[in-house]
Design a protein around this ligand. Structure first.
Ligand code: GLN
Length: 288
């Protein structure tokens, strides 16, 4: 038996060559840079200034493997194990949805309402928190808020709790299905959710197969989770409390109707970064 030729191992690869190899595998430039920065634990700005720096054999091997997984379609966020949302870095695993820029619109809306209301300790709830992105972004930007977050998945809650620790934030956590996760008689000034809303037959669903199906689709027409959250909100919203929901680009009308049927007032829709209706919310109807 002869040993494998040493030439099979990458030796003395510099950053420029490593990037070129990644591009040759079909990675785009930014992905190749992010992954290289991840392997070297350096910011992208450092990479650009150090094209001649060398990777050791471990780094070269790790980089080649990550590039291959990326070329095979694994999302960058899972390969890096973290992702930025609303200016904060969140740990992510395949147990949670990758936080989307569109969802920052929901957070911005929530923060606006909290500022307007000016309550001293508003009670905020995030149903189906996943990585904790919404709940933790609100808790971070509005420190007086008392934030509760739920999820059906133990694994997702573990990711969210880990993120809370990283960010030094304290939330109340409950595991369970939508409203059933919560202790009885607890109500909230602001309820937020980005529930699964993709319809079972949506042609975009297969492309998202790396993300947890539970977080993407409730099956059927995609509205079941939104219905359950809206119907249950009436009993849980404090007087003048708000419910804000993310939904599919073609679901604003359906969600508006569900909110109207639940008796909510001041119903409004906000657009996502591509100009499509993405979030709809309303206020607990009171006597006025
Ligand atoms: N916004 C995600 C997407 O379209 C889906 C997230 C969800 O179902 N809540 O990829």
């Amino acid at each position: 038996m002869t040993a494998a030729p040493a030439a099979a191992c990458p030796i003395e690869l510099n950053l420029g060559q490593a990037m070129a190899q990644a591009r040759a595998r079909g990675l785009d430039r930014l992905d190749a840079q992010w992954l290289l920065g991840h392997v070297l634990r350096r910011p992208r700005s450092w990479l650009i200034a150090h094209e001649d720096a060398k990777l050791d054999a471990n780094q070269a091997h790790g980089y080649a493997e990550l590039c291959q997984r990326r070329a095979d379609g694994e999302p960058l966020a899972y390969l890096m194990g973290e992702w930025e949302f609303h200016g904060l870095v969140f740990g992510v695993t395949p147990d949670v949805l990758i936080p989307r820029p569109d969802t920052e619109i929901l957070v911005d809306w929530a923060l606006e309402l909290l500022l307007q209301r000016g309550q001293s300790e508003p009670r905020v709830l995030d149903l189906g928190t996943g990585s904790g992105a919404i709940a933790l972004a609100v808790a971070h930007r509005h420190p007086s808020a008392r934030v509760t977050a739920t999820d059906l998945s133990d694994a997702a809650l573990a990711v969210a709790q880990n993120n809370a620790e990283r960010l030094g934030l304290t939330l109340n956590w409950h595991r369970g299905n939508w409203w059933r996760a919560l202790p009885a008689h607890q109500d909230f000034d602001l309820v937020l959710s980005n529930p699964p809303y993709i319809a079972a037959g949506d042609p975009h669903l297969p492309a998202l197969h790396n993300e947890p199906l539970l977080a993407l689709t409730p099956g059927g027409d995609g509205l079941d989770a939104l219905r359950e959250i809206i119907v249950g909100a009436v009993a849980r919203l404090a007087k003048d409390g708000w419910l804000l929901l993310e939904h599919g680009w073609d679901q604003a009308e359906a969600v508006t109707r569900l909110l109207q049927n639940a008796g909510l007032a001041q119903i409004a829709t906000r657009l996502d970064i591509e100009g499509r209706p993405r979030c709809t919310g309303g206020r607990q109807g009171s006597a006025d």
